[in-house]
Design a protein around this ligand. Sequence first.
Ligand SMILES: [Zn+2]
Length: 240
Amino acid sequence: MYLSEYIVRMHHEYCLQAPVQEMQQAPVYPWQPQGGQVKAITKEYFRCKGASHNPPNIIVKDGKEVARFYDCSGSDRHSLPLQDDKEFVYPILIDLLNHIQKTTQKNVHVTSGHRCIAHQAFMDPSAKGSSSKHLIAAEVDFYVQGLEEQPLKIIQIIMDYYKDEAKEYKTFQRFDKETDVTTAPWLNKEIFIKLYKKREGRNFDNRHPYPYISIQVRFDRQKNERVTFSPDQAHRLLRK
Ligand SMILES: [Zn+2]
């Protein structure tokens, strides 16, 4: 049997009119930069990007598992490197990133700042990885949002930061030895700049499709000494 129901309308009833929709601006959330302003880079941007839910990095040789590296439990479980019992990121890195933001009025996106020992080993268990300056927060990888494809412009801005300084700072040389990038890096007394093109230097922290820039600190101006460290020192740096 077919059941149906009639919808009836009385003569004084009328169809509801839907109000006309007006275009509205999307709300601006507090964490978004407002009014074209960029938010200052602080040490918070350098926290380790490790997370315990990442699957282990399994090293296979001749079809056999030879090693397995687990990621760290995340930056809320360990500190940034400590200096004099305070969390420490090399200030020149923070200054340079803020200088880029001020000049471009665009946001710098830090893809890799500090890496704890576990996160570094998870990303790159090679001996070279264990000497990465990311371990002591003396290295940063980043790109600039809105200028992703113009890294050379950003590198020029970095060099311009030093334009009124002494010769060993304002003069940048090219590094002609072999590295993991095809563009010869730039260096002055204080920093070493590398450009990773679209297909270079892809790693766990840099899974984005853009070229990126890495800055390493070579010389600590406050202490007036070269920036070096042993893996053992990197181990002792963190507060659990
Ligand atoms: Zn970590």
